[in-house]
Design a protein around this ligand. Structure first.
Ligand SMILES: O=P(O)(O)OC[C@H]1O[C@H](OP(=O)(O)OP(=O)(O)O)[C@H](O)[C@@H]1O
Ligand SMILES: NC(=O)CC[C@H](N)C(=O)O
Length: 496
């Protein structure tokens, strides 16, 4: 197993932008369970690049491989997969939101309980995780990690219900916030989605065996069939029976609530080829660009995407406006997220590694740059300068989502509120001046809602989770206590 290590906090390429969430994948009753899980995690790599883990069970014992780094760094090695035998497996790609980047927090987390082993994998973040953790530690629990996810294992262990499924349900009913979770025991694969359905989770099938994963792209990679979304507040328990058949038991243990899927899945996180909440993500992004062109037209010669995130929206903007689309910026896909160099001079070169201007498409032109979002403004600032240096006559920025004013507490790693560009300048003109753009415009909240769901935002009952734009958090924030919560909160540190 890998040694734990910390990632640098002053990574110039990583900046303080929005970061990935996590990806989960699980399969029950398939002889190639671990290999299929590894492939699924490859497809979910965009959701978390800090660490990846797989737990399997072969009828006798549990096996686990948990590693820092990318899926491909470890799970392409046949020896690694050979150490994961069995027909049940779950896997996880992590981008941390609670607990530091260290081996002890790499998921799936595993525990030996009264009724046998259990592993859990979690995408999301609990907004009462710290509160519950303090309570269980006060009553004698010894925590092995600083992850919010571990609390669920403790609550399962303490539950007085008889079956593991009922214990799991008992545990997650005490959790608040965002979660799409998988759990596996010796015979079961359990999937659960929080009552608001903030994070996505889908059910599929391969060779008649059930699969659960964060996005449909993980089903596509293994040729599995999409069955349906796991509904908000739903728990689905799949179990291998004595005769080898698999039972499926779907329950709704929580009080019913309207679904509010996270809009940022559509804006930035999910892979464009995934179908999230019944909508093709690529299409919603193109719609965002089209609505942006209707709302904020500009007289220009060329539409240039800020790759990769801004590309579908830029296509939509170009189609709607009739302005030609060109790749005026080339993104280097070989630049990792952990680029570290010792001196400031070398770091300054580093920021140019990720994006380069394609001068032939830019020189002498009035350029519309389309990006999916502005968080701290780091990307826009450097790209406007780069485009001007490549000879652009004018640079206009169009952003395919509204201004971000509020941090997230449901599984997205966002900077503190005071570091968000929108909170640093009085208005859009002041922001444009700081970035160095001739003009700047953001998609309206209704423009975004229409792009995704086809109708305006219903202020009385918003159809999606959109707190980063509106401040309307879909759950209470128990741990936050009215102050900015560190987005990589070390619970140990918090406990003094
Ligand atoms: O305003 P900022 O703080 O710079 O953050 C916003 C930028 O970050 C994201 O891109 P990312 O770097 O993740 O690259 P990608 O689009 O290729 O995923 C996003 O697409 C914006 O370009
Ligand atoms: N981004 C996520 O979904 C993170 C899951 C979990 N909160 C962790 O930090 O490990």
């Amino acid at each position: 197993m890998n040694q734990s290590h910390s990632f640098p906090i002053d990574d110039p390429l990583d900046g303080d932008t929005l970061h990935e969430e996590c990806g989960v994948f699980g399969i029950l009753g398939h002889p190639d369970a671990a290999a299929l899980t590894a492939l699924g995690l490859h497809a979910l790599q965009h959701r978390g690049q800090e660490a990846a883990g797989i737990v399997s069970f072969d009828g006798k014992r549990f096996y686990q491989e948990r590693h820092m780094g990318l899926v491909g760094d470890h799970y392409t090695n046949p020896m690694t997969l050979a150490r994961l035998p069995g027909s049940i497996a779950i896997g996880h790609t992590r981008y941390s939101t609670t607990g530091e980047v260290a081996m002890r927090n790499v998921q799936p987390l595993f525990a030996e309980l009264e009724e046998g082993g259990i592993a859990v994998a979690h995408n999301g973040n609990f907004t009462n995780g710290l509160t519950l953790r303090r309570q269980i530690i006060a009553t004698g629990a010894i925590c092995q990690s600083t992850s919010d996810t571990e609390v669920v294992l403790h609550l399962i262990a303490r539950s007085r219900h008889a079956s593991t499924s009922d214990r799991f349900i008992d545990a997650i009913r005490q959790m608040e916030g965002g979660y799409s979770m998988l759990a596996m025991t010796r015979t079961k694969l359990i999937a659960a989605r929080d009552p608001t359905g903030i994070r996505p989770l889908v059910m599929g099938e391969l060779d008649g065996k059930p699969i659960f994963c964060s996005e449909t792209c993980a089903l596509d990679i293994i040729g599995a069939k999409f069955i349906r979304d796991v509904e908000n507040g739903e728990v689905i328990i799949c179990e291998i029976q004595a005769d080898g058949s698999i039972s499926v038991d779907a329950r709704k243990p929580s009080k019913p609530q309207p679904e509010r899927l996270c809009l940022f899945e559509y804006v930035y996180f999910a892979r464009p080829d995934s179908v999230v909440g019944g909508r093709n993500v690529y299409t919603t992004r193109k719609n965002m660009g089209m609505n942006l062109a209707k709302e904020s037209p500009v007289d220009a010669d060329v539409v240039v995407p800020v790759p990769d995130g801004g590309t579908p929206a830029a296509l939509g903007y170009a189609q709607e406006s009739g302005i030609p689309f060109e790749y005026g910026i080339i993104r280097n896909h070989y630049v990792g997220r952990t680029f570290i160099e010792p001196t400031q001079q070398i770091r300054a070169f580093g920021v140019k590694l990720k994006h380069s201007a394609n001068r032939a498409m830019i020189e002498g032109k009035r350029v519309v740059l389309v990006d999916d979002s502005i968080v701290r403004g780091t990307t826009s600032l450097k790209i406007v300068q780069m485009i001007r240096e490549a000879g652009a006559r004018e640079v206009h920025i169009r952003v395919a989502s509204p201004m971000i004013f509020f941090p997230d507490f449901y599984g997205i790693d966002t900077p503190d509120a005071d570091k968000l560009l929108a909170n640093q300048y009085a208005d859009v003109e002041a922001m444009a001046k700081y970035i160095g753009a001739d003009s700047l415009a953001f998609l309206s909240i209704n423009g975004l809602y229409r792009a995704v769901g086809g109708e305006d935002r219903n202020p009385a009952r918003p159809q999606f989770t959109d707190h980063y734009f509106t401040g309307d958090y879909p759950t209470r924030l128990l741990d936050k206590n009215g102050e900015s919560m560190g987005n990589k909160l070390s619970m140990l540190a918090s406990n003094g």
